[in-house]
Design a protein around this ligand. Structure first.
Ligand SMILES: [Zn+2]
Length: 613
């Protein structure tokens, strides 16, 4: 039989896809657009649940982006052993079959972000395509920020803001631990290296800052103009800049220079002083980031300053654009509370010492969840009774669960310094969603101590959330108590979605640095185990730091494993262990390695081997 597929619109070659297999088709509609979902037989219910919100997503994106869904249909198929989470082929997204979850599995994880991300690419990536990979943030940064856009439409502002905070943190981890680069980067060995936390998460933060800088309405007009002008064509950052400049009437060279063509982010030291004679607030903002070839000495940062003056709440726009500057704000009386960028729109690190009263006020009264998160976390360094009680109140009853998590983290840190809080903290998990219970486990693990461990053991055996049970196991490992290794080992037999529990147990072994973990980890690299567990075991062998002949030989074998993630992990572990035969073995494996992501991991491992120990 011969099939013909005809598409009327142009599209780039990398978005061609052919999926062959036995599938059940699930049909739906989003207005005029027919939707097709393809899942393995027997997984129909999970498939319907996975695709359930696609029509709402298409509606939300068409509205916010100002451009209707661009293709005559949208299909999503789920396939085994998929390289990524998803791939946004034109009108026909491919997804990992792992996204199909039973209701029990779904209490821990949602794939709404994956579904919305790949769908958003139909605009950002497929309709307008980055001209080359150096401009890839125009694809991935926008698709990643679109997760936040749908999250906001579906779950509200607090949830969207928290998702944005998590994206920022994920960029900061890479920037802090691995490397810093400009968002638009032309120097790379393999295109896959560009697909990092800068491209996705920092890119998403930049799209948000563009929105905060222009204002919602102008930002939307800018996106619409950019999409309409470049539909079915290639784009680069300058095209987005021009569209936004035209609709706003503003010169945005500074914005795209500092955020797209340079790297890093502002690090601010903020201080304020009340000048009683002149009746003015003096706000000093110093930019202390260390300038280098990538990082500018000065960022231009528009922000909102929020003040509580008497009974009035004031919101003033200010702009930081010097290395150090003092802004003078005349006021009728000394403000009770000062918050800079309370909505956390700007990506930055900020030190801004405030009084305990102000932090307590912010935690209880701010209407912005991320300001309440900031206040809750800054209170961790204090520990007097009013602070502890305020944190307990927030952990129990803040209207947004993200603030409850922040309060729990601070309570855990305070609890590590003073005894007797474990029972009350464990109590806070009752009736809460899994994410909050996971924070309870984190706090108890951070505290350690007999009481905390007793609660953690109970969570391991009773909590229906595997992430919570896993976090409890990590907490037990962190205590480094005599019985910790046996407690972890006893849970190895338990099955969980994507082997989440075993992944946590292996991380616990790494914390314990116990040689008895070596034969267990070696066993879990064998092909009869699931790929998730095999990859985690391969990584843990490197992090455990125990090198012997068996470990080295097995890791060398794994350089040719059928599952590509295991091959990459094996190279990294060999490099971490500085294994004597590593260099030769990795060089040899590199010759026959077909995938560029793995080639890149191999080269990275060879670089690490050259670096001094
Ligand atoms: Zn993507």
């Amino acid at each position: 039989m011969t099939y013909h597929w005809r598409q009327d619109t142009t599209h780039p070659a990398y978005l061609i896809s052919l999926v062959v297999g036995k599938f059940v088709e699930l049909k739906d509609r989003a207005g005029q657009v027919p939707l097709h979902g393809y899942v393995p037989r027997g997984r129909e219910a999970e498939g319907r649940e996975l695709f359930r919100k696609t029509p709402a997503m298409i509606a939300a994106f068409s509205k916010v982006f100002g451009y209707p869904y661009p293709y005559p249909k949208y299909a999503q198929s789920t396939v085994f052993d998929f390289t990524f989470g998803g791939m946004e082929n034109t009108g026909a997204t491919t997804l990992t079959v792992r996204a199909l979850q039973t209701p029990e599995e779904a209490i821990d994880q949602t794939y709404e972000t994956l579904i919305s991300h790949e769908l958003a690419h139909q605009w950002w990536g497929d309709l307008v395509t980055c001209r080359d990979w150096s401009e890839g943030w125009l694809n991935e940064g926008f698709a990643t920020y679109s997760e936040v856009v749908f999250w906001e439409a579906e779950h509200g502002r607090d949830e969207a803001d928290f998702a944005r905070l998590e994206q920022m943190c994920s960029y900061l981890v890479e920037d802090n631990g691995d490397y810093r680069r400009p968002l638009v980067e032309t120097a790379y060995r393999y295109p896959s290296e560009i697909f990092d936390r800068h491209l996705y998460e920092k890119g998403a933060c930049v799209v948000h800052m563009l929105r905060a800088t222009l204002g919602d309405a102008v930002w939307r007009r800018g996106l619409k103009r950019y999409l309409e002008r470049h539909a079915f064509g290639g784009v680069e950052t300058g095209d987005l800049k021009r569209a936004c400049e035209e609709v706003s009437g503003r010169n945005l060279t500074w914005f795209f220079d500092q955020w797209a063509h340079q790297g890093g982010h502002p690090e601010l030291k903020v201080a304020r002083e009340w000048d009683a004679n002149a009746r003015a607030l003096l706000l000093t903002i110093e930019q202390v980031q260390e300038p280098d070839s990538v990082t500018p000495a000065v960022f231009h940062i528009p922000m909102v300053l929020e003040l509580k003056v008497g009974d009035r709440r004031l919101r003033l726009p200010i702009e930081a654009k010097q290395r150090k500057e003092t802004i003078r704000i005349p006021l009728p009386q000394k403000p009770r509370y000062v918050a800079l960028d309370p909505e956390h729109d700007m990506m930055k690190l900020m030190e801004f010492p405030r009084s305990e009263e102000e932090l307590l006020y912010g935690l209880q009264e701010s209407s912005f969840s991320l300001e309440r998160v900031r206040c809750a976390r800054e209170l961790a360094t204090r520990g007097d009774p009013p602070v502890v009680e305020a944190l307990f109140r927030a952990a129990r009853g803040d209207r947004f669960w993200g603030v409850r998590i922040a309060a729990l983290a601070s309570l855990g840190e305070i609890g590590a310094r003073r005894a007797g809080m474990a029972d009350r903290i464990a109590e806070l998990g009752k009736g809460q969603k899994p994410r909050v219970r996971r924070a309870v486990a984190w706090a108890l693990g951070w505290m350690g101590g007999e009481e905390a461990i007793r609660h953690l053991r109970k969570m391991v055996s009773t909590d229906p959330s595997k992430f919570t049970a896993g976090m409890a196991l990590l907490g037990i490992a962190r205590s480094k108590r005599e019985e910790a290794f046996d407690l972890l080992r006893a849970e190895l037999a338990r099955e969980s979605h994507r082997d989440i529990l075993r992944q946590h147990i292996f991380d616990g072994f790494v914390i314990l640095k116990d040689p008895r973990a070596v034969p267990i980890l070696l066993d879990y690299t064998r092909p009869e185990h699931r790929n998730e567990a095999r990859e985690a075991a391969t990584k843990a062998l490197g992090k455990l730091g125990i090198l012997d002949e068996k470990v080295e030989s097995r890791l060398i074998e794994l350089l040719r494993d059928p599952w590509f993630r295991v091959r990459s992990a094996a190279a990294r572990s060999l490099a971490k262990l500085k294994a004597p035969r590593a260099e030769g073995a990795i060089r040899e494996a590199l010759q026959g390695e077909p995938m560029d992501t793995v080639q890149s991991a191999f080269e990275g491992a060879l670089d690490d081997l050259k670096a001094p120990r």
